[in-house]
Ligand binder design. Structure first.
Ligand code: DGL
Length: 289
């Protein structure tokens, strides 16, 4: 029996078959397990005001933290294929968990520039006076090779405390950035790090920058809270510049949003975290595994 590919996948295949090189005018594709990657989108918008940005929130599968590596990888591939179908010239994996699990596969499979997350251990190690830094991330990121590598590289000079933070992604997905339950969770994760003299906290999950005001309130003004998003946006600019793919536009770029959850649910939280009045489209069904 002849297999019928979904419409969006046929579009991807057409793009691939044409083997056309992306051009500077094409948009940048960004994705996360949910709305956390908006903290990266924010920095990309600041760094690259003229680029058109496509954002996919895989909120129908969030949190990735408790999903299998196989599922996360399959989701990452399906989303990148979708974004290529939308003519993305470059991809930003705005998710530490997906980076840890899938970035090597994505880079082996797709030839366009792929920029991914890296917990900001280096700047935290450069900053600390106490010699102790804390990394807040999902359980899966804490257990990843990325963190093991960073520990090997910087662990001799500073003490790196790793703190998994189950539940925080869900709080941000629900738009609860400062409620009692969110505060309880942050106190549970942050206070033990402060007791061990950590004076720099690395936000190792892209959802957490939205909790930074509450983390700041709990940690106090002397503790540095370090988010790698601005560095990721600069890296994206470098990659586009060296590939001669930086947009030549002089007018403000636009954003377009998709979600794999019910768009109405995601719309309200994206409106809260990004800006009111935005439209969110439903991500066409894509194979999950
Ligand atoms: N924003 C994702 C990250 O940076 C959250 C992952 C999850 O959904 O567990 O890791």
């Amino acid at each position: 029996m002849r297999r019928r590919w979904p419409h969006w996948l046929r579009k991807v295949q057409n793009v691939r078959n044409k083997s056309s090189f992306p051009t500077a005018a094409q948009p940048i594709g960004i994705f996360d397990s949910g709305v956390g990657g908006l903290s990266v989108l924010r920095e990309i918008r600041r760094e690259l005001p003229h680029e058109n940005l496509l954002y996919v929130a895989d909120s129908g599968h969030a949190p990735y933290g408790d999903k299998s590596a196989k599922l996360i990888e399959a989701r990452a591939i399906a989303i990148v294929e979708f974004l290529i179908g939308q003519h993305a010239k470059a991809i930003v994996v705005a998710c530490n968990t997906a980076t840890g699990v899938a970035v090597q596969t994505l880079r082996a499979r797709f030839s366009l520039p792929i920029v991914a997350m890296e917990p900001a251990v280096k700047p935290a190690a450069a900053y600390t006076q106490s010699g102790v830094i804390g990394v807040l991330a999902t359980s899966r990121t804490i257990a990843s090779d990325n963190i093991a590598r960073l520990r090997e590289r910087f662990g001799a000079d500073v003490k790196i405390l790793l703190q998994a933070c189950p539940g925080l992604v869900e709080q941000v997905e629900a738009g609860d950035l400062s409620g009692a339950q969110t505060r309880v969770l942050i106190e549970r994760y942050v206070l033990p790090l402060l007791e061990q003299q950590a004076d720099a906290l690395v936000l190792g999950c892209t959802h957490y920058p939205f909790l930074a005001p509450l983390i700041r309130e709990i940690a106090g003004p002397a503790v540095a809270i370090i988010d790698p998003a601005a560095a990721i946006a600069r890296e994206l600019r470098r990659r586009l510049t060296s590939a001669a793919m930086l947009s030549h536009a002089t007018t403000a770029g636009a954003e377009q949003f998709w979600s794999s959850a019910a768009p109405d649910t995601t719309r309200s939280v994206i409106a809260q975290l990004w800006q009111p009045g935005i439209d969110v489209l439903h991500l066409p069904h894509a194979p999950a595994a």
